[in-house]
Design a protein around this ligand. Sequence first.
Ligand code: BGC
Length: 812
Amino acid sequence: MKCIKLINILGATLGTGIQAQMQNSKYPAKQPIINVVDVKKQNGVMCLPDYFPLQDYDPMRPASIPTYSLPKFDEDKYTGPNSELDSDILDLLNSLSLEEKAGQMIQLQAGVFIGCDGLINTTAIEYMFDEWKVGSILEATQNRRSRWNINSPQRFANFTNTIQDIALKKGSKIPIIYGLDSIRGANYIKGATIFPAPVNIAATFNLNHAYNCGRISAKDSRSAGVHWAFSPLADVNMNKIWSRNFENFGEDPYLAGEMVYHSIKGLQGDYKNDRSKVAACVKHFIGYSSPLNGQDRQNAQISWNFLLEYLVPPFKRAINSGVATVMENYGQLNFQSTISSKKILIELLRDELGFNGTLVSDWGEVNSQFYRYKTAFDIEDAVRMTLNNGSLDMSMTPDDVMFAKSTINLVKSGKVDMKRIDESVGRILQLKKDLGLFTSPYSDPKLIDTVGSNQDVELSRDAARESLILLKNENNVLPLSTSEKVLFVGAAFDSISYITGAWSQHWQGPNEFEGDKVYDIYGESINSGVRNITGEDTNYITGFDINGFKSRGYQKVVKSAKMADKVIFILGEKPSTEEVGNIKTLRMAEDQYNLIKSVSDLTDTPIILILAQNRPFSLGELSSEASAIMNIGLPGPYSGIPIAEALYGKFSPSGRQPYTYPKLDYQSSVTYYTPQWNEYDPEFSFGQGIGYNNITYSEILVNSTELRPGHPISVSVTAKNCGIMIQNEPVLMFTTQLVRRFHVSELYRLRAFDKKLISPGESYTFNFILTAEEMSFINMDMNRVLSKGPVNITINAFSKDAKIAQVYLHEN
Ligand code: BGC
């Protein structure tokens, strides 16, 4: 439909003289029909098919200078959205017409500006800005039928700058803000440094990695003219079947909150002055991570006190960090639509948490009230409820202008107050000013050279190194020695894509036809990492594909395993996210399971399992049959070398489980903060993980055994490295209130963590602070209360070397 409209516009601008010339031309008046496989004709224009597996590779690469420096900022300083608008923004707001204001509130996806031939359609852009005064654009064109498969920063910048240029000349002439899902680096820009998935960053228990990932992501985004990152996710992983666990920072509210805080600091920093920074967008507010049946976007029923105690804290931390924007959540919470919920978007988000910034909807969420959820009679009704009941500022529409159209009608007919519109448009304009868009609307070409710098790549590798979780290592089967004959099995061994996952290159990761080609020179597989270390070709059989189905060499594996000293299986999962990634069970594919079982039954060769999965598949008997297990999560395109280094003992692993790894489906909603008398018997516990060194711990020292409000106590413990390698040692401090009257307390709660490098023979004393206030909890009356009782402080719960000290918690 859009194409018809545009051709008409074009026709109208052609003078009659030209038309006469065209009629008299010796060339055929009509476009000849030349059939080409997989190309369709639409309104006389040759178009790419709706779905095509192969797009052209952008031949351009950024220069990737080896080192560079960016402005420094004291991150302890607060900077974030203010409750008041600047006077120039207020003036601008007052000068806008209703149509211009309504336009600011819509965000369209880039595909709207891609012609059916896969190229940028400037006529469409001009039309949209002239007619609808669009405020914002999102998305990478490669997800939206462009003929370029992942854009270099140069090409991406040209795209965003072209739109910006038109925005500044047409309609309201207000610069656009361009948003992108950059959840682990600027993952849609060719050459930009992609980091391990957030769940891996959480496993490092090192906040520097969250910060670095944010910082580099911001700079790479800005090089492409992108000002807004839809990141980080502050959802807490409640259901392990859910397809988006890897995008979050695990199951603990405190850990997630700290990671979220530092990601935002990295992304935003001094964003009101520094043009290498972007606005962060914490998402999805709220309750997304607890779909009752584990399927994406399905019903969440969460008691309000549970929500306040476990799900709200990471968002609160994000707002305290000064996050500029928030994205609301899909669907309903307790049957009420989030987007039009006064309780969620006004009382909780704005009043209680004090968020003053811009609130954007998730994809098509306003329209979904009518099309999908049936909670509105029509689109206008959905817009009316969204505006009058909630506090949404911008609608990620993302394909149409119905939101703007309805807003105009609703204000004109007196159903929505202009004040409500001003509130939102004021926030959007202020955000644009804060990001410097009125003075530097275009991308900064100088930043392009820094994209893919070795300096960034090494930080990604460091994050990957620290995120590898060694869960089991019987008889010191790891590390490997280069003289051993090792057999590697599994498609994920030889793929960058499979150890990176979704939200990389494409929404669902590269497709099967593209494979690793789309990564170009930006990454390495485990296979090449191992070759790099051993200096030899690897002994590798695919055995099973990424779905765990029989593949090349399946029948040969047992025989080859017999001849090997050790066999390493890499268990992967096809990259996916959101509804595309829904699965019904955590049961592993049978072919894969049976193959490993046969090697275990029919050979004496020690088995090592490497888990490279979006989520924790059940290991069954393989758990006890394997000599070693390493959970590598989705460590990203620069993890081939780090994984090989870990396997061959170039460093000692230091990752810890940021979530509970269930044994079976029935445990998929079990977290470690279950009531203390409940069963907690997972495959691997929260916080579990070991290194290659023997680390011994002193008893815990506390400066007082009486814990009272206003009187924090200090807790210390000394770790000694009795091994022969340097150990990066994370220390986790938990509490358990042994008796809590009326409201059962949890098995454990994480209260603090730290991580330090300890050389062989050396010791390090970790110091923590514990407050009585932290021990408070939300009761059924929604009050935060303290209840007296004995409390155990446990260092490294669930580890065989756990240390415990007891204190008494007083109410005053
Ligand atoms: C996802 C968001 C994302 C948005 C824009 C949605 O489907 O839930 O996380 O930011 O799309 O791509």
